[in-house]
Design a binder for this molecule. Structure first.
Ligand SMILES: [Cu+2]
Length: 515
């Protein structure tokens, strides 16, 4: 179906699956597979089409006597960045068919092209481009970028949708148009502009609010229970949500999620909560690790410029979420006010080489996903659970372009994974890996499940996954509800070392890997 030079790829083995067509999850999976293929094959020049039936338009932690030194830093500048990280997400455009000025046209939906007639779609050389087509009025349409041989299926009913994707390998201007007889002439035509060179990220005046996933305190080790003093500060801060996009986050200590805290069972936690004087609203903290009124929220409702102290005993080992619990609680949580605390059992957890800290949440913005500028919270979307963004560690690209997780072949890694939410359960999965041990629901006193592909993690819940790295490559952290990957949710685990072809290679078993 492609007239362009194609190299054999991991993706091609899936073409039979593609032909079955018509399934949202499958098309999202294909995007991910295409992403994966593009890591390995930067020169991939292929087009593909797929269709789906219905569209969905779119501070410092002072831990006395426990060190807060990161056990492993994920950001090691000396190491290579993830290959081709510019492919971490496709450049996505949505076009709706309609009538304007007496002509049949495509109308841009969301982002910079919102409301434009036959908008120019500007991308940069080497980018992965996705175009979503929505049938706006119920006449038959399709979309074709002939120079890239990217053609959608025909959408027939109103709201019927299709998606196409292609790698923009050649600079220049290329027409997109409808191939139904007479429609191009009637006005359904626009341009894809592929700019030579690399895209420069637009300037953003927002602060970096991303928590480095390598910021994990060292294990407690062997020591008797003691009093652990922790200080947290609630800070409201305009942060960078995406390139060219900001959001006023509410945070613990200026990052999302709040710091990962670590104590042992039997410890007495004395928590001082300070609310920064520049805050607009009151904040508080509810520890799921605590037993007592509001998990501490009753004692810690704190006005701007004030502080409160709550003391609780860590009665039960586990990996627990904490969050702000000031009304509207859903608003405070979506804005970034969540984190986790590890309460180690006596003797701690089995030792691993590297530990990481990742949390998932949603943002409910007035403007559509991908819009540039200063975003504001939309209470109606929040209360009806219609998020625009799904995020790991607070921002688009937090764990891909900004802070990928780094490790080496032969190492064992552990991810403390939690969901702040406020609303969506995560189906946590690492593409291309299998979890050796899973402490489901953050229960570290139960025997772990072994050899697990995907873990369900509810809002206000956690999991701990351990796995050994057997093969080099870039592995992708996702919520396997993969539509969310198109709303910002993806992370990289970059594993360096030998690419063991016994474990996987391209081509038949008896031919061995290509040299
Ligand atoms: Cu709050």
């Amino acid at each position: 179906m492609s007239a362009l030079p194609t190299r054999p790829t991991f993706r091609q083995g899936r073409s039979a699956l593609l032909d079955l067509g018509s399934h949202i999850a499958r098309s999202a999976m294909m995007v991910l597979l295409l992403l994966l293929a593009s890591f390995a094959m930067p020169s991939l020049a292929a087009a593909q089409t797929h269709q789906h039936g219905k569209s969905t338009p779119a501070a410092t932690v002072a831990q006395a006597a426990t060190t807060a030194e990161p056990a492993a830093s994920s950001s090691e500048p000396a190491r290579a960045a993830a290959p081709a990280t510019s492919y971490h997400a496709p450049q996505t455009f949505t076009l709706r068919t309609g009538i304007a000025q007496g002509r049949m046209v495509y109308i841009g939906v969301g982002g910079d092209i919102d409301g434009q007639i036959n908008p120019g779609l500007t991308v940069y050389e080497g980018e992965l481009v996705q175009i979503n087509l929505i049938n706006g009025e119920g006449a038959e349409h399709d979309i074709f970028v002939d120079q890239y041989n990217a053609k959608s299926s025909v959408v027939v009913g109103k709201n019927a949708s299709a998606t196409i994707s292609f790698m923009a390998t050649k600079p220049g201007e290329f027409a997109y148009f409808c191939t139904i007889g007479g429609h191009r002439q009637a006005g359904m035509e626009g341009l894809v502009r592929v700019v030579a060179g690399k895209r420069e990220a637009p300037e953003t005046d927002g602060a970096d609010i991303v928590r480095d996933p390598g910021e994990v305190p060292s294990p407690i080790g062997q020591r008797p229970p003691q009093v652990v003093k922790i200080e947290l500060e609630t800070i409201e801060i305009k942060g960078k949500l995406d390139d060219g996009t900001t959001y006023v986050y509410w945070t613990f200590n200026g990052k999302v999620p709040g710091p990962l805290l670590r104590v042992r069972v039997g410890d007495t936690v004395e928590l001082k909560l300070k609310n920064h004087p520049d805050s607009i609203v009151a904040h508080s903290i509810d520890f799921h690790a605590a037993t007592g009124p509001g998990g501490g929220a009753h004692a810690t409702q704190t006005d701007p410029g004030q502080e409160n102290i709550v003391t609780f005993k860590a009665l039960k080992p586990g990996v627990y979420v904490y969050h702000c619990a000031t009304p509207s609680v859903a608003h405070h949580i979506t804005n970034g006010m969540y984190g986790m605390i590890i309460v180690e059992p006596e003797g701690g957890l089995p030792q691993v080489d590297r530990e990481f800290y990742v949390m998932q949440g949603e943002l409910y913005t007035v403007d559509a996903f991908g819009t540039r500028g200063d975003m504001e919270m939309d209470y109606d979307k929040l209360i009806t659970e219609r998020p625009e963004y799904f995020l790991f560690n607070g921002a688009v690209g937090a764990l891909t372009s900004r802070h990928p997780l780094y490790a080496n072949v032969g190492e064992t890694v552990r991810i403390y994974f939690g969901v702040g939410g406020p609303n969506y359960t995560s189906s946590f999965h690492v593409i291309g890996e299998i979890f050796d041990s899973v402490y489901t629901f953050g229960s570290i006193t139960s025997p772990p499940l072994t050899n697990v592909q995907t873990v369900t993690v509810p809002p206000g819940g956690s999991t701990v996954v351990d796995f050994k790295l057997d093969r080099a490559g870039t592995f992708v952290l996702v919520d396997h509800a993969l539509s969310r990957a198109e709303r910002g949710l993806a992370g990289y685990l970059v594993v360096e070392g030998p690419e063991d072809d016994e474990i996987m290679h391209h081509g038949p078993a008896d031919q061995g890997p290509p040299k």
